[in-house]
Design a binder for this molecule. Structure first.
Ligand SMILES: [Zn+2]
Length: 150
């Protein structure tokens, strides 16, 4: 069970009155990695992998650490951060489509870059040109997502 501070923060910003219903109202709006650690809504410090989660019913936004989003809110934020780590380690590897969508929504990527990536992300054999393009987009994502919140 999540700690009281996290529960009250989520409930205060939700429409439903109970934790079990309220946590279903949230989705991941944004993720970012910071070099200057921040505090999770649960009170934990230091946190460097953060999610902005948004309530679909009232549009409230709160910032919660990756761990609490994954474990207590029940959204798969690990998948997003793992994809980021993967492309940081190898800029020719494929990112996760959900990260691509987030990066597009944050204006880190253009519509063309998003479409290109989604069209090619499952392909194992990219041409040299496509591979260079993918690596360029990966670096843009890393820079964009790391920069936010610093
Ligand atoms: Zn937390």
């Amino acid at each position: 069970m999540a700690n009281n501070k996290l529960i009250s923060e989520v409930l205060q910003n939700s429409v439903a009155p109970t934790w079990d219903e309220a946590r279903l109202e949230w989705h991941i709006e944004n993720i970012y990695q910071v070099t200057e650690p921040q505090e999770c809504a649960c009170g934990h410090f230091p946190i460097t992998e953060l999610c902005e989660i948004k309530n679909s019913k009232n549009e409230n936004v709160i910032t919660v650490g990756n761990h609490c989003v994954q474990t207590f809110i029940g959204l798969n934020s690990n998948k997003l951060f793992n994809a980021l780590k993967r492309i940081k380690g190898d800029d020719k590897s494929a990112c996760n489509p959900d990260v691509i969508e987030l990066a597009y929504k944050q204006n880190i990527l253009t519509g063309w870059q998003r479409d290109f990536y989604i069209d090619t992300w499952r392909k194992r054999n990219l041409s040299d040109k496509q591979m260079t393009q993918r690596a360029t987009i990966n670096r843009k994502i890393i820079l964009g997502i790391s920069r936010i919140g610093e």
